[in-house]
Ligand binder design. Structure first.
Ligand SMILES: [Zn+2]
Length: 207
């Protein structure tokens, strides 16, 4: 039996940060599906990525299937399944147990978070742009003093992502909820508090 921990939620809800923490703490490999698709050596996938198009579900499912074949027992998927057809594919796959964890965050909170997010130019550490008001702020991780805003951090793109999430992914949440599988987290909690909850949920899932 292979065990898949699935992180679901909008960009900016903290999934990527927590995935890295889980890998460090529990040694479970984690994969961001967006990154896997960008890295995969497949001409069909490349065609979509290079054209800036959404990769169709059947193609994504095939990539995930190949990924799972290469794994031993457990892994964490950040951003999959993102639609009902992906969720059904995963649900019907033989010998796979899924633990879906939803990072719940209000739209307003998210817009606030994303539009005020800046990153260190040297090490990509994430800060709120409040720090710029303090004047001479050095990155707590590396000491650099230059920051940038990610291009996709603008509100219009986020609004599109929110709509896509409502249309495609909310039915996935309902599906898992109806099967009593869904764990919903309050993504407003601190990074440390979220990590503690997530580790506990995963440790119950993986004996
Ligand atoms: Zn830095």
């Amino acid at each position: 039996m292979k065990r898949i921990i699935s992180f679901l939620g909008l960009p900016g809800s903290g999934k990527g940060t927590q995935a890295a923490l889980v890998t460090k703490k529990l040694g479970i490999p984690s994969y961001s599906i967006g990154q896997v698709l960008r890295d995969v050596d497949d001409p069909v996938v490349k065609k979509y990525i290079e054209a800036g198009l959404i990769v169709p579900d059947n193609v994504v499912n095939k990539v995930v299937e190949d990924l799972m074949k290469s794994l031993d027992n457990a892994c964490l998927l950040d951003g999959y399944p993102r639609s009902m057809s992906q969720a059904k594919f995963l649900h019907d796959a033989p010998n796979i147990d899924v633990l879906p964890i939803y990072f719940k965050l209000d739209e307003e909170e998210l817009l606030d978070r994303i539009s005020s997010r800046i990153q260190c130019s040297e090490c990509d550490s994430i800060y709120n742009d409040d720090i710029l008001d303090e004047g001479d702020f050095s990155c707590q991780n590396c000491g650099a003093k230059e920051y940038y805003r990610r291009k996709d951090d603008n509100k219009e793109i986020l609004a599109v992502r929110i709509e896509q999430f409502k249309t495609n992914t909310v039915p996935v949440l309902d599906f898992y909820e109806s099967k009593n599988l869904l764990h919903t987290l309050d993504a407003k909690l601190s990074i440390g508090a979220l990590k503690k909850d997530i580790v506990q949920i995963i440790e119950e899932f993986i004996p």
